[in-house]
Design a protein around this ligand. Structure first.
Ligand SMILES: [Zn+2]
Length: 70
């Protein structure tokens, strides 16, 4: 007896093809590698914003983006 839930619309849920993900990780301006998140800090004067620091693992370049918190 499985308690598994079956989604009403079959078993292939709609999936946006990675556009959000690639937008969230900027490429390194130096070597065009995808950067990784190094630090996330809330913005002091805006409760729904985060300052995200990205870093390139190859050359160490850092980039800061302010993103809206969901
Ligand atoms: Zn780099």
């Amino acid at each position: 007896m499985a308690l598994q839930e079956t989604p009403p619309n079959g078993r292939s849920p709609p999936r946006p093809s990675g556009r959000k993900t690639s937008a969230a990780f900027p490429n390194c301006p130096q070597c065009e590698r995808r950067m990784t998140i190094k630090q996330v800090a809330p913005v002091l004067f805006a409760s729904n914003l985060d300052d995200v620091t990205y870093g390139c693992e190859k050359c160490g370049t850092e980039a800061k983006r302010t993103v809206t918190r969901a």
